[in-house]
Design a protein around this ligand. Structure first.
Ligand code: GTP
Length: 418
């Protein structure tokens, strides 16, 4: 536990260290099979050269240690849930590996020839050196037991060589020392490379995590921007609607009328088809205001819009022109059709009940209808409709008057100012 705390608090590279130790444990686990299989080969080499019981003794000890190593690593693998869990089992794994190294080195003593036998001794030394080279690669991932591992492995060979004191053995010992030095350098370099690789892996991992986080944040920002854009778009559409909407009655206002008139005039010029428009007006509306009050007048205007919109066919639209005057546009419709529709509406309104007015009150409308030809200026058409409306007023109100039915001099006689 002390080691865990130390690693977490002191070592800035504890993750890399943990990973390297994991690799080391994996490599140790994979080495168990080949190590156990290689012992019979060694025994075969040593057979009839070395003492049989010492050889068997060595094999038994070696298998025992490898068996224990396998059990500990398996236990570690079952509990490897935390990045630092490896260190709970590490001491036991390390001890087994040191014992295994000691036994590899000690086979020089355990399997020493019963009679002087130089070739066999050299073969044994060569075997042990080969095993040492393999173990060195495995140990490269784990730095804290290098010295112990070297010492454990070469303790027996060096001791036995020194003990004999023969010249040939001393030369072999020198060679082994040189070999050790070169292995030492190799192991240091190899470990550094491993460490840097693991460091790079962690750097990549944290960069990926940051990228994912940034991606998530960017997506969230994009989403909120999209929501803001939609809200803005809706607000803009609502603003535009309100801009073309009459505040009292809720129908289109003169601004919308002007825009639509230009559109119809342009379309009519393009397709060569005529259309029609009408101005309609409440009769004696001043009297309503004066008798029942301005609020009652407002209610009549609202109700008028409601009633007319209900009765108008879908292709015709109602616009408030100003005051108690309204315009009806009938795209691609002849003036007679519009006049017929308005006349029907007029009759309905004349007999209908007005909420703000007494039941006996008959509220009528008058309208002037004009046929618009392709190329007619819209102001001219409006003026014609206005004149027809005033002709209707002049003729006694509660009627629809067609601009075309009026003789031009007569028509001109009804001007707005008259
Ligand atoms: N309550 C109310 N009255 C309005 C509104 N706009 C205009 N008026 C009134 O409508 C009346 C229009 O009167 P006039 O132009 O003399 O016309 P009229 O009394 O309807 O008579 P004719 O059109 O000749 O039948 C005026 O009294 C205006 O004050 C409005 O938004 N609300």
């Amino acid at each position: 536990m002390k080691r865990l705390a130390y690693l977490q608090q002191e070592s800035p590279h504890w993750r890399e260290e943990t990973d390297l130790t994991r690799y080391f444990v994996d490599a140790a686990y994979q080495s168990i099979g080949p190590a156990m299989c290689s012992t019979p080969v060694l025994a075969w080499i040593a057979y009839e050269h070395a003492s049989l019981w010492r050889m068997l003794c060595w094999m038994a000890l070696f298998w025992l240690v490898e068996w224990r190593l396998m059990l500990v690593i398996r236990k570690f693998r079952r509990h490897d849930t935390h990045p630092l869990a490896v260190y709970q089992y590490y001491p036991a794994i390390r001890d087994c590996l040191l014992a295994s190294s000691l036994l590899w080195g000690s086979c020089i003593w355990f399997m020493a020839p019963t009679q002087p036998d130089r070739p066999y001794e050299m073969l044994l030394l060569l075997w042990v050196s080969g095993i040492f080279a393999l173990l060195c690669i495995m140990m490269a991932a784990c730095r804290d037991i290098h010295v112990l591992f070297f010492a454990a492995f070469w303790a027996f060979p060096v001791f036995s060589l020194l003990n004999d004191g023969q010249r040939l053995e001393l030369v072999a010992l020198l060679g082994v020392l040189l070999y050790l030095l070169s292995q030492w350098r190799f192991v240091r370099g190899f470990r550094q490379t491993l460490f840097e690789t693991v460091q790079l892996k962690h750097a990549n991992q944290s960069m990926m995590e940051k990228l994912v986080e940034m991606h998530v944040q960017a997506s969230m920002k994009r989403e909120s921007l999209e929501q803001n854009r939609l809200a803005l778009q809706n607000a803009l559409a609502e603003g535009e609607r309100l801009l073309e909407c009459d505040a009292l009655t809720g129908c289109f206002n003169q601004r919308a009328l002007r825009r639509q008139l230009d559109l119809y005039a342009a379309a009519s010029q393009e397709n060569g088809q005529g259309w029609s428009l009408s101005i309609l007006d409440l009769d004696h509306f001043k009297q309503v205001n004066d008798t029942f009050g301005h609020q009652a007048g407002d209610a009549v205007l609202e109700q008028l819009v409601h009633k007319v919109c209900e009765l108008l066919p879908g292709e015709m639209q109602l616009y408030r022109y100003g005051g108690e005057e309204f315009v009806v546009l009938a795209p691609q419709q002849p003036a007679a059709a519009l006049a017929a529709v308005l006349d029907a509406i007029r009759q309905q309104l004349a007999s209908s009940r007005w909420e703000a007015l007494p039941a006996s009150w008959q509220q009528t409308i008058s309208a002037g209808v004009v046929a618009c030809q392709p190329g007619d200026p819209v102001n001219h058409s409006l003026q014609q409709a206005d004149m027809a409306l005033y002709a209707a007023k002049h003729r006694g109100r509660n009627r629809i008057c067609m601009a075309s039915e009026l003789a031009t001099p007569v028509l001109q006689g009804f001007s707005h100012s008259s």
